[in-house]
Design a protein around this ligand. Structure first.
Ligand code: G6P
Length: 341
């Protein structure tokens, strides 16, 4: 087992630190001459472009990866995207049509709820696409390549697509950069070790980052944590804010930046204990009073920023788990893949 872990103490740690490599492998041979090559999808592109909507279906982390992809899939394809947690789609027997493209996202490819939802979508005549990959960040990158391929016939978005392709090629380098926050995240983890709860606020491209960061803290560090849509803060969660509850606010640069600045101000005026994730050099822009703990991350193309932003949260969850004395690689009550309903 130690041989497989190499120089790392745990598999989770290895998986986190190997992301520059896993992302490179995910893109190898697929980003070519400024374009995207996705063999399996090519013959279906016309049908997908004509679909009434794209329905993303998955569970857990895979659902969150699809949620991270939703904004750029909508933007690059112009097709409305709806989200379905596999078990909930089955519980509701929700409408799936022949004109839908149903995209199934699963790391293992064997999650029972997702496979049953696939049978259901096939029976309803939808075009079904599967995305299986080993890491959250690779899933997002795969969906970015898919969105670029579907939207590749649109002249009006050519410049945007070029910028995203350029952002994809430099992602592994930026992921290596953000991994240098390891020691800082360990320090942050030691300051949170006795907290009962942790909130994570995100919006837009990084709503999914908030959900996924909180899920990791829950499932491995066994600490209560909730990812929340920052736009919903004033509709309930604000009542929880006090000087003890740690709150991570994701406020990297994108079209929602000024809205996140005002969220931070509202939280500070209620004496919130804030940890703000921002783009490099933005510490004073997000927290002029200097009263927040700041995590600065490299800035990449806005829609790819979730790939960078999740990494400090993965590191945080990892260190919190180790410091709290729990088993990182075998979380309590959980299976790596759930093959029963
Ligand atoms: C299980 C695991 C989760 C995972 C989910 C979906 O519940 O504990 O970590 O996100 O299944 O798995 P999948 O293999 O379909 O991505």
């Amino acid at each position: 087992e130690q041989i497989k872990k190499g120089s790392y103490d745990h598999f989770m740690q290895k998986e986190i630190h190997e992301q520059p490599h896993s992302l490179t492998t995910t893109m190898r041979g697929r980003l070519k001459d400024g374009g995207i090559l996705l063999g399996g999808l090519k013959e279906h592109l016309k049908t997908i472009r004509r679909s009434r909507r794209v329905v993303f279906i998955g569970c857990g982390t895979s659902y969150n990866a699809a949620l991270a992809a939703r904004p750029f899939v909508e933007e690059l394809t112009g097709i409305p995207v709806t989200m379905e947690v596999a078990s909930d789609l089955l519980d509701r027997q929700g409408p799936i049509y022949r004109e839908d493209t149903a995209v199934f996202v699963s790391q293992s490819g064997e999650t029972a709820d997702t496979l049953l939802a696939l049978d259901y979508a096939l029976a309803n005549g939808a075009l079904c696409v599967g995305i299986t990959n080993t890491a959250y960040t690779s899933q997002i990158v795969t969906m970015a390549m898919m969105a670029l391929a579907i939207g590749s016939d649109q002249i009006s978005t050519q410049a945007r697509r070029d910028a995203i392709i350029c952002g994809l090629s430099s992602l592994p380098k930026n992921v290596s950069e953000v991994l240098k926050l390891d020691v800082e995240m360990k320090e942050l983890a030691s300051s949170l070790i006795d907290s009962e709860s942790l909130l994570v606020f995100g919006r837009g491209y990084n709503y999914a980052t908030a959900l996924e960061g909180a899920l990791k803290v829950k499932e491995v560090a066994l600490m209560h944590s909730e990812g929340m849509l920052a736009g919903e803060m004033k509709h309930g969660p604000l009542a929880l804010v006090d000087e003890n509850l740690p709150i991570i606010v994701i406020a990297t640069r994108d079209a929602c930046f000024s809205k996140q600045q005002s969220v931070i101000q509202q939280l500070l005026s209620r004496k919130g204990r804030l940890i703000v994730m921002c783009s490099k050099g933005d510490a004073s822009a997000v927290c002029p009073s200097g009263s927040c703990r700041v995590i600065e991350v490299p800035e990449v193309a806005d829609c790819l920023q979730p790939v960078i932003n999740i990494i400090p949260l993965q590191l945080l969850a990892y260190h919190l788990t180790v410091l709290r004395g729990f088993d990182v690689d075998q979380p309590r009550n959980l299976a790596k893949s759930v093959t029963t309903q």
